[in-house]
Every structure is written in C-alpha cells, then in structure tokens.
Design a protein around this ligand. Structure first.
Ligand SMILES: NC(=O)c1ccc[n+]([C@@H]2O[C@H](COP(=O)([O-])OP(=O)(O)OC[C@H]3O[C@@H](n4cnc5c(N)ncnc54)[C@H](OP(=O)(O)O)[C@@H]3O)[C@@H](O)[C@H]2O)c1
Length: 156
C-alpha cells in the first residue's frame, strides 16, 4: 500500500524557506510513530534539508539525477518514482510517502491512504499540498492532538 504522511495548514501550506512553517514537536512525534520501522520515500530537496537520514527507517530518495549518491545502507537513491510507487501499489508491504510538494503531487492519485496533520491555521509559505477535495477519500479516524488534528483518510 502507498500511504502519504503530511502536515498542512488550512490553506494547504506545507513549507516555507525549505522547512515547515510551524514548530510542532507533537507532530514530529506523531510522524515518527507512524513511519518508524517502515520504508519511506521523499524528494531530494526534503532529504537534503534533513541533514541526515531518519533512523530506523529505509529511505528512498527520489531524484532525477542519475549520478546522485549517498553512502548509507538505509538509503536508496531512486530515479524512477513511478516504478517505486507501482511496486508498492498492490503489495502487502507499505511505502510511506513523506513529501515534499512535488512528491505529494505526483503520488496523490495513486496513494491508498493518507495521514494528514491538519494545522488549522493560516500560515504563509511557499510550498503546498495538492488539493485533494475531489479525490475519493473517507475519514477513518480523526484525533485531536496538541496543535493539530490527525486525520486518517482511506480511499473509497
Ligand atoms: N509539512 C510537511 O509534512 C512536509 C513534509 C515534507 C516536506 N515539506 C516541505 O516541502 C518543501 C520541499 O518540497 P519541494 O517540492 O520543494 O521538494 P521535494 O518534493 O522534497 O523534492 C523535489 C525534488 O525531488 C525530485 N523529484 C520530484 N519528483 C520527481 C520525480 N517524479 N522523479 C524523479 N525525481 C523527482 C527532484 O530532485 P532533483 O532536483 O535532484 O532531480 C526534485 O527537485 C520544504 O519546505 C519542506 O519543509 C513539508
């Protein structure tokens, strides 16, 4: 299955100047809990901003650069994002799609589930989650947390 994990504001903003527009440690903890011991993927920009790979997860770094390298057994450089997504589409194993904006936009129509941390405020920013109001998701759970609401969507 393909599962997107994202925190967005009420205007769908996800990023500002390369990082998130808010400081929400409780959301980072939630993100860790959801993705720990799983395979995750993220765009090269988000990966580089993080400085080092997230521990206890295998990371696919998505890039168009054929020569891009990163020496770590828990990191795979992946050029063909569609092939990666398709390999998890009907699989028992899960792939957690962790952004940023370009990666979310590419994976939206194929993903099976989403964990959205809704930060219900208007923040200014420069990167946005794609509009998913016309996608066929239903809410499985909705949980009030400190500073955000965690919504688990599954595709109908
Ligand atoms: N709020 C959240 O939950 C959240 C989560 C993650 C990130 N963010 C924010 O999102 C922002 C970064 O997003 P972004 O859109 O600028 O960058 P990004 O999606 O992290 O990375 C973009 C890069 O990924 C590669 N890429 C994207 N689509 C590809 C494809 N189909 N095939 C091959 N490579 C592909 C390209 O790398 P190359 O240039 O190397 O080819 C592209 O330049 C930051 O502000 C970050 O903080 C927010």
């Amino acid at each position: 299955m393909i599962i997107m994990v994202c925190a967005h504001g009420n205007n769908l903003v996800i990023g500002k100047d390369g990082w998130m527009p808010w400081n929400l440690p409780s959301d980072l903890k939630t993100f860790r809990k959801i993705t720990l011991n799983h395979t995750i993927c993220m765009g090269r920009t988000t990966f580089e901003v993080m400085k080092k790979p997230l521990p206890k997860r295998h990371t696919h770094v998505i890039t168009n650069q054929q020569e891009y390298t990163f020496e770590d057994t828990n990191v795979t450089i992946t050029n063909n994002f569609d092939a990666l997504l398709n390999s998890y589409k009907n699989s028992e194993e899960d792939l957690y799609v962790c952004g940023g904006a370009k990666i979310y936009a590419h994976a939206l129509s194929i993903c099976d589930e989403m964990y959205i941390s809704l930060v219900d405020e208007h923040y200014e920013g420069d990167t946005f989650f794609p509009d998913y109001s016309n996608e066929n998701f239903i809410i499985k759970t909705k949980e009030k947390k400190e500073g955000f609401t965690l919504i688990h969507y599954i595709r109908k």
